[in-house]
Write a protein that binds this ligand. Structure first.
Ligand SMILES: Nc1ncnc2c1ncn2[C@@H]1O[C@H](COP(=O)(O)OP(=O)(O)O)[C@@H](O)[C@H]1O
Ligand SMILES: O=P(O)(O)OC[C@H]1O[C@](O)(COP(=O)(O)O)[C@@H](O)[C@@H]1O
Length: 332
């Protein structure tokens, strides 16, 4: 790649701690190779509205430790129709962009593949989502930090739960995958994990009775706190409904806490900062080598390039050993 090459960079979908570290990695690697970085703002909206700023090492000097994303993020429905895609392609061509790097989740990668129909440039994706649901990478940017954030919150809930011998149901994010719920549940010593991988919601009465029985057994042995972690979008009606049903059907008081967007914020931990930086640099190297339509992933601590199509073919399953282990050491 010669001096005049241009890379467009944007963050899309749910923001994730470590996105800024990835942005910094891209910008610093580009500066080493005299590549200009066009930072498009607010996800794909920036491409459609031609809203960008040129990024230099000065702009990324103090961001490695910051959560969120300096480029802002968004969900951009216009990318799902041809008019939006054509507008994005026109703007990329107008600025003579050679390659587009998108930091986001599987939806954002679908956006890249859709844009391919109208724009011939190189495309690279970096996995950025707290959900860790992208296949062909061991981890996504933000997952590790989100677990630690949730863990910190649950440890605090445990203190008050223990003081009152209360039952708590705590809802975790993850959209339709249980990576956050399972890992946080195990790390926090939750008495019960309710996630897609281990919970039958087709017969909620049965599941509820079994849960109530478990809670009662523990409470009879010795009154103490009981923490249930619940994946969002799992229980019909949500976690509040679960608590109401426990009271109505089994006379068990259950306090609800929805951790929500707190899991998306905060300073990225060391693991996310290092991995995101590596991924940003690896993406630029891939562009310089002429690669396209690939996701940069981390497998066994090595950077890998995976075709975008393969990366989004299926959602990454929660490690079955974790699910099995949990059912061995604790019911639920
Ligand atoms: N099928 C698609 N075609 C075109 N663009 C898409 C498609 N799916 C998602 N996108 C774009 O990617 C954005 C982010 O996707 P979303 O699923 O919300 O988050 P994530 O990238 O974190 O999975 C969407 O708002 C949209 O702009
Ligand atoms: O902030 P929003 O738009 O309500 O989205 C919430 C969703 O975003 C996430 O936090 C992250 O998901 P994505 O990375 O796929 O966008 C999910 O866990 C959650 O279901």
């Amino acid at each position: 790649m010669t001096k005049s090459k241009r890379i467009a960079l944007l963050t899309s979908g749910g923001d994730a701690p470590g996105m800024n570290a990835a942005i910094r990695g891209v910008v610093l690697a580009c500066e080493k190779h005299d590549v200009q970085v066009y930072g498009y703002l607010q996800g794909y909206n920036g491409l459609i509205d031609d809203n960008y700023c040129l990024l230099t090492s000065d702009d990324v000097a103090q961001i490695v430790h910051l959560g969120g994303t300096i480029l802002k993020s968004a969900r951009c429905p216009q990318m799902c129709d041809d008019d939006g895609l054509k507008q994005a392609a026109t703007n990329l061509m107008k600025s003579k962009i050679d390659a587009l790097i998108v930091i986001g989740g599987d939806g954002s990668f679908n956006g890249l593949l859709a844009l391919k129909r109208f724009w011939p440039g190189q495309m690279l994706g970096l996995p950025g989502t707290i959900d860790n649901d992208l296949d062909n990478t061991d981890y996504t940017i933000g997952f590790s930090t989100a677990i630690n954030t949730a863990l910190d919150a649950i440890d605090k809930i445990r203190d008050t739960a223990q003081a009152f011998d209360r039952v708590f149901a705590i809802e975790l994010m993850g959209r339709h995958s249980g990576h956050l719920t399972f890992n946080t549940g195990i790390a926090s010593g939750a008495e019960h994990i309710m996630s897609f991988e281990n919970t039958n919601v087709s017969d909620t009465d049965k599941t509820l009775s079994e849960l109530a029985q478990e809670i009662n057994v523990i409470k009879q042995k010795r009154n103490r706190s009981y923490v249930i972690v619940v994946a969002e979008n799992l229980w019909p009606g949500g976690v509040q409904t679960l608590a109401t049903q426990l009271k109505q059907s089994h006379n068990i008081d259950c306090t609800v806490c929805v951790l929500g967007h707190i899991q998306r914020g905060g300073n990225p931990d060391a693991k996310d900062r290092v991995m995101a930086t590596r991924m940003g640099v690896a993406a630029v190297q891939a562009v310089l080598l002429g690669e396209t339509d690939k996701m940069v992933g981390e497998v066994n601590q090595e950077m890998v390039l995976v075709p975008l199509k393969t990366a989004i073919q299926q959602t990454k399953a929660v490690n079955s050993h974790l699910v099995e282990m949990q059912s061995t050491i604790l019911k639920g």
